[in-house]
Write a protein that binds this ligand. Structure first.
Ligand code: ADP
Length: 503
């Protein structure tokens, strides 16, 4: 089975959040299962620099005003997985972030950037660029790759089958209707991309893919309701027979406290002394008093309403008056950033805030904290709470989406049956979060119980194994079903001929 996995992010080539980790983790797990998986990602400057053994293999079509693009083939570092980079310098090599400029404004040509990405991936999947490798399945991820299932569906000849995974329904790639002419959408497919007077890349993926998935079973149920569907619940209900939730996992080569190269000292379940060394390093880096006995609460997140960063800000004066240390790293909403920095200034030595994005520090915070806050108003899956478990750090989460699927509240009963793994609250408010932090601190002060919890959560199987099996089953199902559906129908239509290959 050959799978082309299209994603805007994959660690370590490009990352702004969980999509990058999930793309890497799933690709590695699929490869371990004998799937011939290859990735296609935008050719950001960092990605071109970090990819192993890059080689330009084809010139890409001059369309949508892009004339100088090439296809680069290389390997995803530390994996041996082939990666194709859509090297369109005018679209992807800029100062700023993957999706935004240096001032945090979305790139004005986002629609063209990802429409071009989808076109290039489509050409690759259908043999347009001379590659002998052709996928059986194209697995497109999030709105950035949303046009890919549409383009493949519009093909006359039977091409690869498509799976579309949504990692967050709130990010939809919606643009004003006037971008439509520049996207060159095939005739008959305008309904698949029109969404309440706008163009929606997410809708294109949801409505055109053979199968649609999201990243946890509970979120898959939630998004079918008007309250949680971000306006897409109707589109999803129409696809409900072909829609399911498959939980993300942890990629063990990157997130493992025993081998993590970002940590000053590794540790294992049976000997967690290295975790204490990480705590001291964390305190040092964050300007907190170096005290092995202090309780450290961490928060690493996008600073957005989704992640309840406003509620965390509201709680800082309360936290600062407790015998705890608080370390936060994140970026996002400007007002929240300013508020957090002000609070940290007022409670120097007890509350420390770093506005920014730093992979090394994220690992150190997860290892060095005792308690990790991972609250959310909604959460498709969430990975930080899983990393916390793996590193023996107890998470505080809200009962929603993937958080509800991955964490079992610490109660007398769950401790007894061995399922306890974190502190859950229900109300999406600062008050709700506060009550769960209080419970976590209470438990922390029962050292025997805390240590037992740490041992237990660290030993949990949080890897990709069972979820990768489910994707493989889905790929097999969609291949088999659609072979029958298209049997004979399009067999006479010739596949497009490869052209413009450089070698
Ligand atoms: P998201 O909704 O942001 O994708 P997840 O919990 O699924 O949330 O994944 C977040 C990922 O991004 C984790 O790997 C986490 O460590 C990382 N992360 C979040 N904020 C930062 C930051 N400021 N610096 C470094 N890594 C971060």
């Amino acid at each position: 089975m050959r799978v082309l996995f299209a994603t805007a992010e994959v660690y370590p080539l490009a990352k702004t959040g969980g999509l990058a980790d999930a793309s890497r983790g799933l690709a590695i797990a699929l490869k371990r299962r004998g799937i011939d998986v290859q990735l296609v990602v935008p050719g950001y400057a960092d990605a071109l620099e970090r990819v192993e053994r890059p080689e330009t293999v084809a010139k890409l079509d001059s369309v949508m005003g892009v004339c100088d693009a090439t296809l680069v083939r290389g390997l995803l570092p530390r994996s041996n997985i082939p990666v194709w980079l859509v090297n369109a310098p005018t679209l992807f090599q800029r100062r700023g972030g993957l999706y935004q400029d240096e001032h945090g404004r979305d790139w004005a040509d986002s629609a063209v950037r990802f429409a071009y990405f989808a076109r290039a991936a489509h050409g690759l999947a259908t043999g347009r660029y001379g590659s002998a490798w052709r996928p059986d399945i194209v697995h497109a991820n999030d709105w950035h790759a949303g046009l890919l299932p549409l383009l493949l569906r519009s093909e006359q000849s039977p091409g690869p089958r498509t799976v579309f995974t949504v990692h967050n329904m709130a990010f939809q790639g919606n643009f004003p209707m006037d971008v439509l002419p520049s996207l060159d959408i095939p005739c008959g497919f305008h309904d698949n991309i029109e969404f309440h007077g706008q163009v929606s890349f997410l809708k294109a993926g949801l409505s055109c893919a053979d199968r649609v998935t999201t990243v946890s079973p509970t979120y898959a149920k939630e998004v079918l309701t008007p309250e949680c569907g971000c306006g897409m619940d109707g589109v999803l209900r129409a696809r409900s027979d072909h829609f399911s939730g498959i939980l993300n996992g942890i990629e063990d080569t990157t997130w493992n406290p025993a081998t993590d190269p970002w940590l000053p000292c590794g540790y294992i379940v049976k000997d967690r002394s290295g975790k204490g060394v990480c705590k001291l390093a964390l305190q040092q880096e964050f300007g907190l008093a170096k005290d092995p006995g202090a309780v450290v609460i961490g928060f690493i997140s996008r600073l957005t309403e989704q992640k309840m960063a406003d509620a965390v800000l509201q709680l800082l004066p309360w936290l600062a008056n407790l015998p705890v240390q608080f370390a936060l790293m994140g970026n996002g909403d400007r007002e929240t950033e300013i508020g957090l920095v002000k609070e940290a200034w007022q409670h120097k030595g007890k509350v420390s805030v770093k506005i920014g994005y730093d992979e090394r520090l994220a690992h150190l915070m997860i290892a060095g904290s005792d308690i990790l806050l991972a609250p959310a108003r909604f959460e498709p899956c969430g990975l930080t709470q899983l990393y916390a478990l793996r590193y023996g750090t107890l998470p505080v989460v809200r009962r929603t989406g993937g958080l509800a699927d991955t964490i079992t509240d610490v109660t007398a009963a769950s401790i007894k049956d061995g399922s306890a793994s974190g502190f859950i609250f229900d109300e999406p408010t600062a008050e709700g979060l506060r009550s769960a932090i209080e419970r976590a601190l209470d438990t922390y002060h029962k050292p025997l119980r805390w240590r037992a919890l740490q041992r237990h959560v660290m030993a949990k199987d949080l890897g990709w194994n069972s979820s990768a099996e489910r994707y493989v089953a889905l790929y097999s199902e969609v291949s088999a079903t659609d072979c029958i559906e298209t049997d004979g129908e399009d067999a006479a239509v010739q596949a497009p001929q490869p052209r413009e290959a450089l070698n």
